[in-house]
Write a protein that binds this ligand. Structure first.
Ligand SMILES: Nc1nc2c(c(CN[C@H]3C=C[C@H](O)[C@@H]3O)cn2[C@@H]2O[C@H](COP(=O)(O)O)[C@@H](O)[C@H]2O)c(=O)[nH]1
Length: 365
């Protein structure tokens, strides 16, 4: 009997003893990510949060967000992000967040995977966005799932052309990226008539519902594992897909969600780095040494899960601190997360990244 069965079993017994009926099938959907992050935080010994640092960071983040007028519109202002408020942008974001993982390179600076587009070399997350925009400019319908589903048309050569590098290094995990797209095309075709819009309408404007649908139907979005004997869900790419939709459509149309504040920050490898830099998060000496030496940490290792879970919980504490001190603040975990990612990239560009990001290679983030 799995851990979850025991949970359901115990829950049923408890409800019965309390004279409660079965759980309400119409209860609003929950992702459980924040509960699981709290569980990881409460059981972490190699990662800790500094309350003074977190309070200080909250004030700094709030002031900077106000100063830079950082809001939901900022997403579309990024030069590579799609601007059209229509289905093409839904398909773009779905394709992008299927592949939004693991861009870091171990090559020397300037020799890692990079995409040449609009007379610039793009790396990291932006290399993915640039590759997709370049493919569309070159007449390759790479954001259409019906194209990926036709493996005669969307051959390995097409993938290699779309992700061709401006350096000798190819995009990390190319084979896994192809497998993820073929899996997603098959799932969309089998359950959603090949159309991402059907996935959205099934979620009926619930952010948590859409996250749960992605985790239920698409194994490549099912970012969950076990920590200290309990199943924990981080669902990073499922959540950032919902968040990117919400931001791109400015909370309207395909981006309209009635429970968007249920989305947590996205447990990637950049936000832990900036939270450590801001003095919010602390690593044990041996973990800090591993991170500073840029040594690989296996996907699913306790250290990795502690970093991811504590990061989610830390951003929640920052969010709570901001809205408590500034009740008028229109911020949620998404905007704080987006802001922290962009800030980390600015710090990195200025050479102020005081600690490297952790190195875990996976399709989850
Ligand atoms: N938590 C979080 N993780 C994010 C992003 C983004 C980009 N979001 C854009 C949309 C709105 C924002 O304003 C950003 O402009 C990428 N990533 C993750 O980082 C890693 C890539 O890092 P690097 O190799 O250095 O580019 C990889 O795991 C990728 O999945 C974010 O926002 N939040």
């Amino acid at each position: 009997m799995s851990d979850d069965d025991v949970d359901h079993e115990l829950l049923a017994l408890l409800r019965q003893s309390l004279g409660l009926g079965p759980p309400d099938a119409n209860a609003p959907p929950e992702t459980k990510v924040l509960d699981h992050a709290r569980y990881v935080y409460d059981n972490s010994i190699d990662v800790a949060l500094d309350m003074r640092g977190t309070k200080g960071a909250a004030e700094l983040i709030w002031n900077q967000m106000q100063k830079k007028e950082y809001n939901i519109k900022t997403w579309s202002e990024h030069e590579l992000h799609p601007k059209a408020k229509d289905e093409s942008t839904v398909n773009f974001i779905f394709t992008m967040d299927l592949l939004n993982f693991s861009f870091f390179s171990e090559s020397a600076p300037g020799e890692g995977f990079a995409v040449e587009y609009k007379d610039k070399r793009w790396t990291g997350y932006w290399s993915l966005v640039a590759a997709l925009q370049r493919a569309l400019d070159e007449g390759i319908p790479f954001t259409s799932s019906s194209f990926w589903h036709d493996e005669e048309e969307c051959t390995e050569e097409v993938y290699r052309k779309v992700f061709r590098s401006a350096t000798e290094e190819e995009i990390p995990l190319l084979k896994q990226r192809i497998a993820v797209m073929q899996e997603a095309a098959e799932v969309l075709c089998r359950y959603f008539d090949g159309d991402v819009l059907n996935l959205l309408s099934k979620a009926n404007h619930s952010a948590a519902g859409l996250v749960n649908l992605l985790a239920e139907y698409f194994p490549c979005f099912r970012d969950e594992t076990r920590f200290e004997g309990k199943k924990v869900r981080f669902l990073k790419r499922a959540q950032i897909f919902v968040a990117d939709l919400w931001a791109a459509f400015e909370g309207e149309g395909y981006g309209q969600f009635n429970d968007i504040d249920k989305i947590t920050m996205f447990a990637d490898y950049r936000i832990p780095q900036v939270l450590h830099t801001l003095g919010c998060m602390i690593y044990s000496p041996i973990l800090e040494r591993t991170v500073r030496r840029k040594e690989l940490i296996a996907s699913g290792h306790s250290w990795e899960l502690q970093i991811r879970g504590c990061t989610i919980w830390c951003v929640e504490l920052i969010r709570c601190e901001i809205v408590t001190k500034h009740p008028e603040a229109k911020v949620n975990a998404i905007l704080i997360d987006f802001f922290l990612y962009d800030t980390m990239k600015e710090l990195e560009a200025a050479g102020h990244d005081s600690i490297p990001h952790h190195r875990t290679r996976s399709i989850w983030y």
